[in-house]
Write a protein that binds this ligand. Sequence first.
Ligand code: MSP
Length: 690
Amino acid sequence: MPTFYITTPIYYANSLPHLGHLYTTIVADAVSRYKRQRGFETYFLTGTDEHGINIQRAAEREGRTNKEQVDYISGELKRMFHDFGLDSGHGGYDIFMRTTEPFHYEGVQHLWREISGNKTPKGNDPIYKGFYEGWFCAPCAAYKTEDEYYTPDGSDVPFCLIHERPLDKIAEESYFFRLSDYGDWLTETIEADPGLVRPDARRNEVLSFIRGGLQDLSITRQKSSVAWGVPVPGDENHVMYVWLDALSNYITAIGYGNEERSSVGFDKFWPAVHLVGKDILRFHTVYWFSFLKAAGLPLPKMVFAHGMWLDAEGRKMGKTLGNVIEVDVLHQYFQTDAVRYFCLRDMVFGQDGKFGYENLIERSNADLASGLGNLASRTFSMISKYREGKIPSGKITEENYIHARRAGLDPDGQEIVSVLDHARDEFLRRFDNFEFSQALEVLWTVIARIDKMISDSKPWELIKEDRQAETLNAVLYRATETLRWLSVLLAPVMPGSAAAIYSQIGLEGDVSALDPAALTWGELEPGTQIGETLGVFPRIDKSKVMNEIADRTEKLHEQQQVSPAAAEVPASEAEPVEDDLITIDDFLKVELRVGEIKVAERIPNADKLLRFEIDLGEEKPRQILAGLAEYYEPETLIGRKVVVVANLKPRKMRGLESQGMICAASLEGDDLAPAIATFKEDVKIGARLK
Ligand code: MSP
């Protein structure tokens, strides 16, 4: 059996799952189901990227340990994948990979040793020890070169061009990967195989980046600054750079360098097809290809970079604009198959797309409820009404040709066979080429054609004429046989609905196991009793659902005490891209008050948090938790007057409720004690800062 291995990126375990994660995973799931149908033994990987400074910081922020943080986020991702039928229980992914798994450590360390033992294409050692001084962007998890940052007026430090936030200055001993020796090899390799990096526009970007000159890459961080990572073999003081660690997951998951996963089979499944967002293509080509080459391993079969979902107006999605598509809303108000269909049909794979609840409802109503769903329900109800639920024969005898023609039907059926054959071939060609939207479009032209056959031939008139009995039979047979084809072809895209249509035709067995390439017209047995007819795609009441979603979003905003002001900006006036700025009104919502620390103490088993009781001039002091334990002896803080955020929603940490926040600031990337905002003046307890 031929094999096929497909991967999504492994998602950062620092923030909750969102549409982007859902999207890439839906696409990979559809491709994996498609390949399985085509006779491949498939392996489909998704998972979480669980190391690095970002995770460490997220854990600190949330008052969790690193392990608690990654367990929590990977749990949430799994829950989302389960909700959308993407988990293994639903025939989805084969592995949910986690980089904190011991077998992964073993595999990456093996890879490190292999690389160390080889030479670069220019005959040098691929890894060497040096000293790194540079600007690091934690959200990108990457060092930034001069053309990737800017220094805003009044700032001493540069800002990342992508995240528009300050970079961390890093100066430390580090191991380097000699990436500069791989430029020529990379260019030749990528140029030699046009299918290796896709689509073309992205491939050209990668090539021009390489031609711009590659610098050696720092591939470790000192344990003292980032402890949460895979240790470098033979050097306890360093952990591996997250991208080296994360990219390797694609091979450790199938048994590279470890025993535990070897039964999956590295030799059997590698090389993979990687689906990634365009934001991380460089890592998956320049870095990943070079690491693999350095270890003497084959390159991936293909890396395909898809575009980003923007909102309905074409703006980047973000909290500021309040235009984020909530996965929970998608799950609550839409059928999974409608979401899957929309993702694959609406975005041209490789280009950016626009996602709004309204677009989703409109497409779902037009293509699914009125299109495919309506074709199925009208066909089945006519078979019930006119033929007692039995699928009639599609054959027209020659003496009835003339009547069939009168009803607009091609009597021997050759035309419809060639339309369907052509549509199937075109669908498969497009799907094989990752042109999902175009592939689906082809099937909807078939639906339009069959709809037209029905409305032109008017079965409700044919039933009145005896001599049109065969014509009516043929119309019903052709519509049902087309539905059978559609259910087989659509199974990877809409597994649940395809199975429902297949069984409503009266067919048994697993439609997902049928090879669409083997579809042959006429294999549907006349005489088959159709199954119970149930609507496959209910029509969505657009204004009702839109109102409900709007109410829900408003409530959520209230709960989070996030100003909906930004969301209310009319589209035309809104900034075209998210800018992360807040208005003065937003800022004034923050209630800052003077508080005096009455109690300060350590919390058992918590290294970072201190528990305070702070007098804000209210009936009783507030309990507030803050991550200051590593820097301050609690006793020394008692009696201090501090600035407290007094209207923060209470939240629980370590089982204790924190009812506010102490204002304190530290320099990011610096290990110094945070400065606590305090007063020399004799300020009144509880006074509001304005
Ligand atoms: N952890 C790295 C990947 C390591 S792979 C070895 C990472 N994680 S991430 O959580 O930031 O996920 C990035 C991926 O999410 C993108 O590449 C893309 O697959 C998906 N998307 C994130 N935002 C998206 C949109 N707005 N639209 C579509 N997909 C997007 O990077």
